[in-house]
Write a protein that binds this ligand. Structure first.
Ligand SMILES: [Zn+2]
Length: 114
């Protein structure tokens, strides 16, 4: 699960930047197996600027689109178990990281974004 969540965090931070037209260094993403605020596996995507500059609000509005694009990117990537173009290298996310990330992104498309 940890590798899959890390993979989701990796791909979401990259895909979100495309939709927000910002630099990859403008956003951060942090996975937690059991986040205290949700009690469930959670990926936090946040602005690196203290107080934010409005990217988070926009990202919340388009979350479903971003999650769908992230799922498409991962599921259509030709790698077997993760690469820097999708969820990150298998050495970082584990051998099952890509498969778990793909499933998590499928489930995220069905769940409300909080
Ligand atoms: Zn890949």
């Amino acid at each position: 699960m940890q590798g899959g969540l890390q993979g989701v965090a990796n791909v979401l931070s990259q895909v979100a930047c495309l939709f927000l037209m910002c630099d990859a260094r403008d956003l951060g993403a942090h996975p937690e197996i059991r986040a205290p605020h949700t009690g469930a596996p959670t990926v936090y995507v946040y602005e690196r600027y203290p107080g934010g500059v409005g990217m988070s609000a926009r990202l919340f509005e388009i979350a479903g689109t971003v999650l769908g694009a992230a799922h498409d990117l991962v599921s259509q990537c030709g790698c077997e178990s993760g690469c820097p173009s999708c969820v990150g290298p298998a050495l970082e996310v584990g051998e099952q990281g890509k498969a778990v990330a793909t499933r998590l992104l499928e489930l995220a498309a069905l769940a409300p974004v909080r």
